[in-house]
Structure formats: structure tokens, C-alpha cells
Design a protein around this ligand. Structure first.
Ligand code: URA
Length: 188
């Protein structure tokens, strides 16, 4: 357990816990407001993220920015991280053992940030954090309370690039997220 975000980040940046350490360029720790009520969690870094060391900076990231902007948010007032912090070769799904090796860093990020809401971007994050049989098409946009934190799964922006017909559904989910943020702000 860490009591300093900086120490957690430092250890994560030199991590050798799984095979992805040998193929990565940069560890992608996470970015944003450590005091935000909402954390977005993706699957793992892609090519651009691996080069830059920052999550969601490629095409999928641009779409994430658009969705955030559509509901008056941006990446400076949320926190964005991934299930695995290093790029899986050729962007394959992270293996169960890679997810297991890495998840401790994300759990420490949750513990230190203490978000009110965690939004899982796509199947890999939703199945790891909400339920192993989570189905994005059927369950996206539903709030599920887990250990006092509201969890939601929604479409991964990369999946929306492949299937733009789902963009309106994703936008509805983002509207719900913004409404919840406003609700929490109003009750503070
Ligand atoms: N896809 C992800 O799941 N995460 C990123 O950071 C970028 C693309």
C-alpha cells in the first residue's frame, strides 16, 4: 500500500512484473485530476500511447476527448488510466496474467484517488472491474454500485471508430456520467 501517488508512479514506471516490460517503450501510468470524482479506465496503451507515455492520445483518444467535450468535460477534470500500463504487442488483448500482474497499480490509484465513479471503457476493463461476464452491448450505461463506488461500462472509443452506429449510445452514457458528477457536486 502506498500513501504517496508519486512513489506509486515511480515504482510503476520501472515495473518488471510481466513480459510486457520487455517490449514497451514507455509505461503509461495515467493522467488527469487526482481529485476528480470520476476515473475512466481503458484496456491498455496502443502505439501512440506507448511512444508518448500518456493514455488515449491516438485516434481512440481523440474520440474520447470529443465525447468528454460533448458533455462539458475534458481530460483535465477527470482521471484516465488503463487495466495494463504497458502496450501489448500488436495491440492484442492483455493476457489474464498480464492483467493480474498490473491490476495492483490500478487498485492503488483507486485507493489514493477515491473516485465516486469508475467508468470502464470497453469489454476488457468492464470484465475485469465489474463482472467477468459483462456484455457492453447489453449493459452499457447502467450504474452498478461496488464497495461504495459507482461503476459503469460503456463502449471503448476504438470500438466506436469501427462501428460509429453506436456513438449515440455512448453519448447517452456520457450524459449520464456528467449528470452524476453534477449531482455529486450539488450534494457537497
Ligand atoms: N486504448 C486503450 O484502451 N487505452 C489507451 O490508453 C489507448 C487506447
Amino acid at each position: 500500500m502506498y500513501n504517496s501517488f508519486e512513489q506509486l508512479k515511480k515504482d510503476c514506471l520501472s515495473c518488471q512484473k510481466c513480459g510486457l516490460a520487455s517490449t514497451r517503450n514507455k509505461v503509461v501510468f495515467g493522467i488527469g485530476d487526482q481529485h476528480s470524482p470520476v476515473m475512466f479506465v481503458g484496456e491498455g496503451p496502443g502505439e501512440q500511447e506507448d511512444l508518448k507515455g500518456e493514455p488515449f492520445v491516438g485516434r481512440a483518444g481523440q474520440l474520447l476527448d470529443k465525447l468528454l467535450m460533448a458533455v462539458d468535460l475534458d481530460r483535465s477534470n477527470v482521471y484516465i488510466a488503463n487495466i495494463v500500463k504497458c502496450r501489448p504487442p500488436k495491440n492484442r488483448d492483455p493476457l489474464p496474467e498480464e492483467q493480474e500482474a498490473c491490476i495492483g497499480y490500478l487498485r492503488e490509484q483507486f485507493r489514493l484517488i477515491r473516485p465516486k465513479m469508475i467508468v470502464c471503457l470497453g469489454r476488457v476493463a468492464a470484465q475485469k472491474l465489474i463482472s467477468p461476464d459483462f456484455k457492453v452491448t447489453q449493459q452499457h450505461g447502467q450504474w452498478i454500485e461496488k464497495n461504495g463506488t459507482l461503476m459503469m461500462g460503456t463502449y471503448h472509443p476504438a470500438a466506436l471508430l469501427r462501428n460509429p452506429n453506436n456513438k449515440p449510445f455512448a453519448l447517452e452514457d456520457f450524459v449520464k456520467i456528467k449528470e452524476k458528477i453534477d449531482e455529486i457536486k450539488a450534494s457537497n
